[in-house]
Design a binder for this molecule. Structure first.
Ligand code: M6R
Length: 609
């Protein structure tokens, strides 16, 4: 949440900052601002609203200079307005600060600063950093930032400028992401790679508790004791096209349509010709995987729905008990785990603070931690004992689509790998399921062909106020994800429920005008789901059934609309079943004229608790 981009170099600084902010807008978009060291002042322009609003403000005032910083905000402390937009200045306007994260002890720091005579312009936690730095004008800026890092508690990524050091941007990171882009006579500092990808593919990942001094011709990274650190330079493999809309109306639609190739990438090189799973990157020794006696899967939001599916898959294929937790709840329930527990954290961004805190807790209990993430070298990737990348490519739309389906497949591969290593499934059964997984890219392409059918159905639903998504077993996480997608991009009340649970209370909400989507791909329990759907129909709901092809006649009597998908085994078919629900939420949202890529109140990466 919140996007930072900083630049030191010869180009007109706004020509780098503004496009960089546009590419980071998915991280937060309630206000934005820039600060530029012009040689005579730190010029700040900021504006409530989107980057387009900031650009309009820059039409009348376009500062230029050798260094500058931009910020796009997702409000935590202080309402989303122009005053609370970053950058923030100290009393004497000699320091500017942008920040991503939360300074948890800001209130104590602020009251101390006020007692010492500082006056505050905003309601943000961030502004305390500007005033603290103002008090440290007797030391170099990098040293001052190191001192601030030892005073401020919580998750921080900072980028600051100070008038007396006009050629340097100083960044710092603890808990919130920060990367350096290395150019030729120019350098970049950002929350995420797309901010500078059009200029360079050479980059450095900044670790926690590091301070970066960024000049046009030099990048210096130190720890909090001032010791110089030399991180390994990396080359970004994906190109800018992957982070552009590529002819699609929205990133979300592009990313939904990229699922066949994303799934193929997730599978590539991970199965051998005999049908065994080969997860070479999984550096946890097989003997550890053999001695674990319990598995925990921890995640938030959409990733939690992948965890729900993973519970069914791992339990069914390995017979190991699996507990799943919403990551933000995990630590507080005093979970029973130890050195024989395997803890799997799922996070597309690899930066979700709730998930990171949960896996840190698990590591402290001596458990083995595997991270499943889409972002190479993210905090989750670096902190876990081993990592399995989902390889979905960059996902810019705030609503997770291709990162979810690739998580489902990554977790299925991991489940099969565990079963294989532990001898819980015979090689023939593993090979059969692996073959089915490898058919998914082709089958998802077929499902995407149903877009027109789904769009026509949704045309009638722009004004529907209540949706339910129901399913049992593996269909249940799909239903949960269908409901979340609709809530977050179409702002419709949508509930995901276990189909059999409706009669225990929520059925009271069913009446004419409510749309109920029943996911019934799991053939073992379809008849039970159908009975539950009959109960919804009897109370006047409009019924949509998601089934595999061939089952249309079975559901014809209950369903007003049928979405018929290619056949696939239970659990693996979750990957197919969720795609029409992504399309459904997309079409309901666009019928309402909403911005599906940047839904209100959300941010792509949630780095606050
Ligand atoms: O990066 P993560 O997978 O850890 O993110 C978790 C959730 O914040 C995320 O899935 C969120 O629910 C999305 N808005 C889903 O579309």
């Amino acid at each position: 949440m919140c996007g930072i981009v900083g630049y030191a170099g010869p180009r007109p600084v706004l020509d780098v900052l503004v496009p960089g902010l546009e590419r980071l807008e998915y991280r937060g978009y309630d206000s934005a601002g820039i600060a530029v060291e012009t040689g005579s002042e730190i010029a700040v322009v900021k504006q409530v609203g989107r980057i387009a609003d900031l650009e309009r403000a820059l039409e009348t005032r376009r500062p230029d200079g050798g260094i500058g910083v931009g910020h796009t905000r997702w409000a935590t402390h202080g309402a989303p307005n122009t005053i609370n937009a970053h950058p923030h200045l100290d009393c004497s306007h000699t320091v500017s600060v942008v920040h991503n994260g939360i300074i948890e002890n800001w209130a104590d720091l602020k009251s101390g600063l006020i007692e010492r005579g500082h006056s505050f312009a905003s309601d943000t936690d961030t502004e305390v950093v500007a005033h603290l730095l103002e008090e440290m004008s007797n030391v170099g800026l990098a040293e001052a930032v190191r001192r601030v890092m030892s005073i401020a508690e919580g998750a921080l990524a900072l980028c600051v400028m100070r008038r007396d050091e006009p050629d340097v941007l100083v960044g710092a990171r603890r808990g919130s992401p920060l990367v350096v882009g290395l150019g030729d006579g120019e350098n970049f500092l950002a929350s995420d790679i797309p901010a500078f990808l059009e200029h360079t593919r050479r980059m450095l990942v900044v670790d926690d508790d590091r301070v970066v001094e960024l000049r046009a011709d030099d990048v210096r990274i130190t720890d909090l004791d001032g010791m110089e650190i030399t991180p390994k330079e990396r080359v970004i493999e994906w190109d800018l096209e992957a982070a552009e809309r590529g002819g699609y109306e929205t990133f979300m639609l592009k990313e939904i349509n990229e699922q066949p190739s994303a799934l193929a990438d997730t599978l590539r090189g991970r199965v051998d010709p005999m049908g065994a799973v080969t997860l070479r990157e999984l550096t946890v020794p097989d003997q550890i995987l053999r001695m674990i006696d319990k598995v925990f899967v921890l995640a938030c939001g959409t990733s939690y729905h992948a965890a729900m599916m993973a519970k069914y898959a791992i339990e069914r294929w390995t017979r190991l008990p699996v507990e799943i937790d919403i990551a933000s709840e995990f630590r507080y329930r005093d979970p029973v785990l130890d050195g024989r527990s395997l803890v799997i954290g799922i996070s597309q961004s690899g930066e979700t603070i709730d998930t990171l805190a949960a896996i840190r807790y698990a590591k402290a209990q001596g458990s083995t931690v595997i991270g499943v993430t889409n972002v190479v070298d993210s905090a989750l990737a670096r902190e876990a004992d081993a990592v399995l990348y989902t390889r979905a490519g960059p996902e810019i739309g705030v609503a997770a689509t291709k990162t979810f389906t690739t998580q489902l497949v990554a977790m299925q591969l991991l489940g099969l790998y565990l079963a294989q290593v532990r001898g819980a499934l015979d090689p023939g059964s593993v090979a059969h399921l692996v073959r089915e997984l490898s058919l998914l890219p082709e089958k998802v392409t077929e499902v995407l062909g149903l877009d027109g059918h789904v769009a026509a159905m949704c045309g009638e639903w722009a004004d529907v106020r209540d949706f339910f998504f129901l399913g049992r077993s593996g269909d249940f996480p799909v239903a949960m994800e269908g409901a979340l997608k609709l809530k977050e991009i179409a702002y419709v009340r949508a509930e995901g429920y276990a189909a059999g649970e409706m009669k225990h209370g929520p059925i009271a909400l069913i009446e004419p005008g409510v749309v109920v989507v029943g996911v019934a791909m799991d053939t073992r329990i379809r008849s039970k789901t159908l009975s539950n759907m009959q109960e919804m129909k009897a109370r006047g709901a409009t019924i949509v059934m998601v089934v595999e092809k061939g089952a249309e006649s079975e559901v014809a009597e209950v369903a007003d609309h049928v979405i018929a998908l290619p056949d696939s085994p239970d659990l693996i078919c979750t990957v197919l079943a969720v795609v029409p629900l992504q399309l459904l939420s997309y079409h309901v949202a666009t019928a309402k004229g909403l911005d599906v890529d940047k839904p209100r109140n959300l941010a792509k990466t949630v780095t606050v608790e």
